[in-house]
Design a protein around this ligand. Structure first.
Ligand SMILES: Cc1cc2nc3c(=O)[nH]c(=O)nc-3n(C[C@H](O)[C@H](O)[C@H](O)COP(=O)(O)OP(=O)(O)OC[C@H]3O[C@@H](n4cnc5c(N)ncnc54)[C@H](O)[C@@H]3O)c2cc1C
Length: 408
């Protein structure tokens, strides 16, 4: 009797926290589940996993507030997709043999997804990548230097050297936006350069305005920031309209909606703009129009499949409409579930797919990495300088995340 050969193509678009955790979960679950569901005497499973990711590796973006002033630290936050770092045969001629009858081939295509169709993607270099299952984990775009443009580790380090130079050259810096990014950036710069003037401008009465967190969290955070950079440098209820550099002037003018707050400075760091990287779904006659909500988020079901593309296309991380505070931990959690669900669809299609229950709020923020505030969903307490959190955030969770994802 000839063996039944099952061949599947899985495309992972975006390979940071969400995409890479899906890859790890697929490898683990295909190994375990195939033992139960695949008859070794007459079945063979060949899985091709393609990582469509323009970067050479995963950047721990949590550490970007420190990376922009410390290129040596930045280097430790970049994990190349090579055999030494991942312990996986990525772009190798060898397959990963999960057993005698399960072979997994992993290819990394260093390109951007330009268009996604229901069964194939087209890259920015016009490659067509067909898939049986697809996972979208393309995260958010932010302003430079917080969303580095370089695609290699060296380019990333060079960009961080450039941002360090800009910050070192500036005597006065305005940070626009008191969300997590702005607060951590302002705190780090002030901690490393206590003599520089660092101002943070925020449109609301308290920073880190997150309706899911208790008032105590945002109020205490506001006080901690004021202690760190100075009360007079924390401009609340103020909206920045634009920055301009007048002809013949060295400094930049920051124009706000408060005429008394027209500021001069040497450098403006914009920490407010972010948008979901899902432009590849937006083209004439796209079938995805009904799967995107008014906030430009992908609508997903409890099994993490994209609405309208059940059992075929999944999404995780910042681009989804999951009603939680978006986090690397959340992207990894859903990535793990997606890996399990795709394995079930391949090997045990009659089984019910795993479902995600929306989890409670949690957040940890640094003000320079020697002060933290955290709200943990299990204790539901706002804590300043919780020793465990302080320890994790000395490196912005670098070793914790690497260990969690199996990266060396
Ligand atoms: C300053 C800061 C601090 C943070 N602190 C924390 C924290 O303490 N704890 C926490 O849990 N979370 C934190 N977060 C949030 C966390 O970083 C995000 O929630 C997490 O990165 C989301 O993961 P993701 O996989 O969805 O997307 P990302 O990590 O954004 O990764 C997206 C990937 O997709 C790729 N990509 C983009 N476009 C395309 C395309 N067209 N084709 C192919 N690939 C593409 C990108 O190159 C990138 O590798 C912080 C974020 C910031 C900015």
């Amino acid at each position: 009797m000839s063996a039944t050969v099952i061949s599947k193509n899985i495309l992972l678009v975006g390979n940071s926290f969400g995409g890479y955790s899906t890859l790890k979960s697929l490898v683990i679950n295909l190994t375990n589940t195939s033992k139960t569901y695949l008859n070794p005497t007459n079945s063979q499973l060949n899985v091709n996993i393609t990582l469509l990711e323009p970067r050479d590796g995963l950047v721990n973006i949590l550490g970007i507030p420190l990376s922009i002033i410390d290129p040596k630290y930045a280097a430790t936050t970049y994990f190349n997709f090579d055999q030494n770092t991942t312990n996986l045969p990525i772009n190798s001629k060898d397959s990963l043999s999960l057993s005698n009858h399960v072979q997994v081939k992993i290819n990394h295509v260093k390109e951007f997804c330009r268009f996604l169709h229901p069964d194939h993607a087209i890259t920015d270099k016009d490659q067509v990548l067909n898939f049986d299952y697809c996972v979208l984990a393309t995260g958010r775009k932010r302003d430079w230097p917080f969303d580095p443009k370089g695609l290699t580790k060296n380019e990333f380090i060079k960009e961080m050297e450039e941002s360090l130079k800009q910050i070192e050259d500036a005597k006065s810096i305005v940070v626009v936006g008191g969300g997590a990014l702005g607060v951590e950036v302002a705190g780090e710069i002030k901690q490393h350069y206590p003599d520089k003037s660092v101002k943070l401008i925020h449109p609301h009465a308290t920073i880190l305005k997150e309706p899911k967190l208790p008032k105590e969290f945002t109020e205490t955070s506001t006080k901690l920031l004021q202690d760190k950079i100075g009360k007079e440098n924390t401009l609340l209820n103020t909206r920045v309209l634009f920055e301009e550099k007048k002809k013949g002037e060295e400094s930049i003018t920051v124009v706000t909606n408060n005429p008394q707050n027209k500021l001069k400075c040497d450098l403006v760091l914009w920490c407010i703009h972010h948008s979901n990287n899902i432009k590849f779904l937006d083209y004439k006659d796209s079938k995805f129009a009904d799967s995107i909500n008014e906030k430009n988020e992908l609508k997903i079901n409890a099994d993490c499949s994209v609405k309208g593309f059940e059992n075929k296309i999944f999404a995780t991380g910042d681009i989804t409409d999951l009603d939680v505070i978006k986090s690397a931990g959340g992207a990894v959690f859903c990535g793990n579930i997606i890996g399990e669900n795709i394995t079930k669809l391949i090997l045990a299609p009659s089984e019910i797919l795993n479902q995600v229950a929306v989890w409670g709020p949690g957040m940890a923020i640094t003000f320079g990495n020697n002060t933290t505030i955290s709200y943990q969903r299990d204790t539901q307490k706002t804590e300043v300088n919780n020793p465990e959190i302080l320890e994790f955030y000395k490196t912005y969770c670098n070793s914790y995340l690497a260990a969690n994802l199996g990266l060396q």
